[in-house]
Write a protein that binds this ligand. Structure first.
Ligand code: SF4
Length: 465
């Protein structure tokens, strides 16, 4: 559920980047990389309609060059892409130079869509002997990619101690063993790697999240893309800090804590954390998909709230939070979708809010039932949320929407902690099914196409680039 990558979109940036890497890997495995004479990239459906705003073309070029989204210096993205544009050359996998003109060789097929998934891209190469090869990949949300014709996934190949597809199954294992959600998840994770490695991985994910919050809270200016959206995280941070000095994340955190527990003060900070992450995301910054990039601010904002204003500033609590959140996200992915191109924004902000709500509830001492109830409440009040980013950019309504998802998660947690789940009328599985049914009924213009909603009702003028 949590992947370190680059903004602004997990399905439209990270997924296509990974697909391009996989394609060049495939060329190398077939021993034909050096024989490639020319290539084209075809973007279909939602990738074509909002690909420019989401940086799909940029991501594809970086992936084809063999760069990795986890480690590539985000400060070099613009220069690298400018270089390809000017030279009209691209070095496949960093090893084999070909002629490549992004303006002509990346095609945005806005009126074509492939049946398996709206986020599809095809790589077409011509070899020196004039043979051709084509591979199609689908970016299915959250940075996950599947190749056309690919068989079963990795998870099917292992036997987990606690197989889980639904919230009821998760609750069954919790009740049977007496373990919390996070304990059950850790037992399953132990199938793949040692507990120490899982813990280190999770703390690394939190490191990237917190660096992203801190960076976003200290970067002013206008977001790229042409909408001229002013960054607000840094200004709000300055206001809330009120002239107090600090030198790094830890002293900043201590300064935040000194400000007290006034409701409005905390509310402002939660918004500030979420704005900061999503402004970084909109600027091609380094972010963690949680479960997607557009919704990347909700979970860090709620976890940062827990650390700053509750008792969450320990490695164990951070690990517990992320384990619980990840399982809830995984159940949504299995029972519905985490792709806005399939289900609208309920699949992004709604799912991230549900993940954060459950994680906070378990960490605050809620029972297993309350933990799942919090996820249900959070999603129940995101049902039907459409995806209609203005100009195809992950900025309006996306950035503010993360503040809403975070606040709803905290409210859902409190409601669950103050409730008796036995009296709940809606189950988590019930709301997941409802979300999926709603996704199926939702008009495609509200599924990351920028064909409806705010995207067509707010006048803008974006310059061609
Ligand atoms: S509106 Fe929601 S789903 Fe659509 S791009 Fe923005 S955050 Fe993602």
């Amino acid at each position: 559920m949590f992947k370190i990558g680059v903004g602004p979109s997990s399905s439209h940036t990270l997924g296509p980047w990974r697909a391009a890497q996989r394609f060049t890997d495939s060329l190398q495995q077939k021993n034909i990389l050096q024989q490639v004479k020319s290539m084209e990239v075809l973007l279909y459906g939602s990738l074509a309609k909002t690909g420019i705003g989401h940086g799909t073309d940029v991501a594809v070029q970086l992936g084809l060059c063999g760069n990795d989204p986890v480690s590539f210096d985000v400060n070099n993205i613009t220069a690298k892409v400018q270089d390809i544009k000017q030279m009209k050359k691209l070095v496949l996998a960093g090893k084999h130079e070909i002629d490549f003109n992004p303006a002509e060789d990346i095609e945005f097929l806005v009126s074509e869509s492939l049946p398996f998934h709206p986020n599809a891209l095809t790589f077409l190469v011509k070899l020196e002997n004039d043979d051709t090869l084509a591979e199609t990949y689908y970016s299915i949300g959250g940075g996950f990619v599947v190749k056309e014709g690919e068989g079963k996934n990795f998870e099917d190949e292992v036997t987990l101690p606690f197989p889980i597809n639904t919230a009821d199954e998760l609750l069954h294992w919790c009740m049977k063993t007496g373990m919390n959600v996070s304990d059950v998840v850790m037992e399953n994770e132990n199938t793949w790697r040692s507990e120490t490695e899982t813990k280190q991985g999770l703390l690394n994910i939190w490191r990237v999240m917190k660096e992203c919050i801190y960076q976003g809270c200290h970067t002013e200016g206008i977001l790229p893309g042409g909408l001229n959206v002013k960054r607000r995280g840094a200004g709000l941070n300055k206001k809330l800090i009120n002239g107090n000095s600090y030198s790094d994340y830890n002293t900043w955190l201590a300064t935040i804590r000194q400000g007290g527990n006034d409701f409005k003060y905390i509310l402002d900070w939660v918004s500030c954390f979420a704005l900061a992450v999503n402004e970084e995301n909109a600027s091609f910054g380094r972010v963690v998909t949680a479960p997607t990039n557009g919704a990347a601010g909700v979970i860090p904002a709620v976890l940062q709230y827990y650390i700053a204003f509750c008792d969450g500033n320990t490695d164990d609590k951070i690990i517990q939070f992320l384990l619980t959140a990840s399982e809830v996200g995984s159940i949504f992915k299995k029972g519905a979708t985490i792709s806005a191109a399939m289900g609208g924004c309920q699949a992004e902000i709604g799912v991230s809010s549900a993940m954060a709500a459950s994680a906070l509830t378990e960490c605050m001492g809620g029972t297993q039932r309350q933990t799942l109830m919090a996820a249900e409440i959070a999603m129940e009040h995101h049902l039907g949320l459409t995806c209609d980013p203005i100009g195809g950019l992950v900025q309006i309504p996306c950035i503010e929407r993360n503040t809403m998802g975070a606040i709803k998660a905290i409210t859902a947690c409190q409601l669950a902690l103050q409730s008796t789940p036995d009296y709940a009328k809606v189950s988590l599985d019930g709301v997941i099914k409802t979300m999926w049914d709603t996704a199926l009924d939702m008009n495609s213009k509200y599924k990351e196409t920028s064909d409806g909603g705010l995207a067509i009702n707010v006048p803008i003028s974006l310059s061609e680039c």
